[in-house]
Design a protein around this ligand. Structure first.
Ligand SMILES: [Ca+2]
Ligand SMILES: [Ca+2]
Ligand SMILES: [Ca+2]
Length: 407
């Protein structure tokens, strides 16, 4: 096939996404240099009937545009073809993937959103101080869970979420788990084999920055955990919490542990209603104080309740861990059970999707459950880590509490 100079609309020259959109004639300038684990968006300025992109001889896309992304350093032989009877084109070029200039961090570097549902640790983890705006709270969240700061944040009751990212794209390595998240789950010591104690499973969603604007405004996919396809798991569930009415009169319960059993009312898409109660251990406001609206609505999948009251009098709940695929579900020393494979991503219809990598992770509390004086079930997070970035001198990052990674 005849080689013809092809005008490409090349988005960034280096290091992923910029707002510059220079027109580059690839027939003259046909080599690209990018850091590993960063995206190179390519789009043909010319149109035709069909398109074929190849990397090292393998067809990787048949769309008009293609985002190149590689974990390994080296030079990649690329081709782009427009299959068209009247104006066919074929073009070859190279992408050289280099080591990043400033070493990547394997840990969280950015928190994009923090929207907890009401809960007993809300306004405390992180701490709300009078006058704090949403931007202030977001910054506190970022300081809490970035790097190895390991300061726990709460997501509150069902649906509350946090969205975070790294200083690079997390590659979906085939056949391997890709990132890990730390919570504060534990098994009760009397019966650890039952894997019950404090398991407050959070559902994980991932997103690839396909429009390359650095913002989490692209399509989201849930990572299907062990419960995803079970009939007791609800999809398209939603819930709305209302701020307590002015002049609301607290109602204590007879156990003495709850100050106000009708504190924050909720209504869900199943037609159920209930309350997030206030307990005697946490006297601050439970509705996020930086929020200005009267209602907070959340949606997603909802897992079945996992808590059992062994006392049968509301005094001793054990929350049993689900098998796999959730945050804050198994203790942190179980590395594998707290690690996630991007290949578990499914679309809104439950169909598996193939993502080359992800730029954004969202975690939300997956249960709408209230357990006596333990209060509402809420996912907590302290750290996350890309499993494909090595640290000099340590083969894998150290987990919290110096617990062994090898379990
Ligand atoms: Ca993977
Ligand atoms: Ca985006
Ligand atoms: Ca927890």
């Amino acid at each position: 096939m005849k080689r013809i100079d092809l005008i490409f609309l090349l988005l960034p020259m280096l290091a992923g996404c910029t707002s510059e959109i220079p027109m580059v004639n690839l027939g003259i300038d046909d080599a690209y240099y990018i850091p590993r684990m960063s995206k190179l968006p390519l789009e043909s300025a010319l149109t035709g009937e069909k398109y074929v992109w190849t990397v090292n001889g393998d067809t990787v896309s048949t769309d008009r545009s293609y985002i190149f992304l590689a974990r390994e350093e080296g030079t990649y032989a690329m081709s782009f073809e427009i299959v068209d009877d009247s104006t066919p084109y074929y073009f070859e070029f190279t992408v050289t993937v280099l080591h990043e200039e400033v070493e990547y961090s394997p840990y969280i570097s950015r928190v994009y959103e923090y929207c907890p549902a009401p809960g007993q640790f809300v306004n405390e983890m992180p701490k709300y101080e009078p006058g704090d705006t949403y931007a202030d709270i977001l910054k506190k969240c970022e300081e809490s869970i970035s790097g190895t700061n390991d300061v726990m944040i709460t997501l509150g009751a069902y649906g509350g979420y946090v969205t975070f990212g790294f200083d690079h794209t997390v590659i979906n390595v085939v056949g391997e788990k890709d990132f890990r998240i730390w919570g504060n789950a534990f098994y009760e010591l009397t019966n650890p084999d039952a894997r019950g104690g404090s398991a407050e499973p959070g559902i994980v969603m991932v997103s690839y920055d396909t429009n390359c604007n650095g913002e989490p405004d692209d399509e989201w996919y849930e990572l299907a955990g062990s419960e995803y396809y079970k009939p007791e798991t609800l999809h398209d569930y939603s819930i709305t919490y209302s701020r307590p009415e002015p002049g609301h009169i607290p109602q204590e319960d007879e156990t003495g542990y709850l100050d106000d059993v009708t504190y924050i009312p909720w209504r869900d898409s199943e037609g159920m209603t209930g309350y997030v109660a206030k307990n005697i251990f946490h006297s601050q406001e439970y509705f996020p104080m930086w929020e200005v609206g009267e209602k907070l609505t959340f949606w997603g999948s909802r897992l079945a309740p996992n808590g059992i009251d062994l006392s049968e009098t509301g005094r001793y709940y054990v929350l049993y861990a689900y098998d796999y695929g959730y945050v804050d579900n198994h203790p942190n020393d179980f590395a594998d059970l707290n690690s996630f494979d991007i290949s578990a991503a499914v679309d809104s219809a439950g169909k598996h999707v193939s993502l080359p990598g992800i730029d954004f992770v969202r975690v939300y509390t997956g249960l709408n459950q209230y357990c006596g004086w333990l209060g509402e079930t809420s996912t907590e997070i302290a750290r996350a880590c890309d499993l494909h970035i090595e640290l000099p001198g340590t083969p894998l990052p150290n987990p919290l509490n110096n617990q062994s990674l090898s379990k």
